[in-house]
Write a new protein. Sequence first.
Length: 112
Amino acid sequence: MKKGSLITILIILGIIIIAFWSLRKPSPQVDEATAKCIGQNSELYIKLGCYFCKAQEDEFGDTYIYLNTTDCFYEPAKCNEKGITATPTWIINGKKIIGVQLIEKLKELTGC
């Protein structure tokens, strides 16, 4: 292999590695108290296999377990009763908020 070809391959590999690291999103960290507060003051309706529901879960990381969630795949009657037509849907203070929400927005809406 020629020296020039080896250098070209190394440069391309370097660019790929840099691109990979720059595109990685750091995992958000929500403290336990905030997640518990949001969970106590809201309802989150999700559905098995929903990409955006998984994105919302990823926003919370390990503290997702403190949220008050209902999976519409397993409990369709409950979701129909609440009029859930899309997931994820948050219900906060009787108001439906559809789509992935930022933690700061949820803190504002729930007063946490």
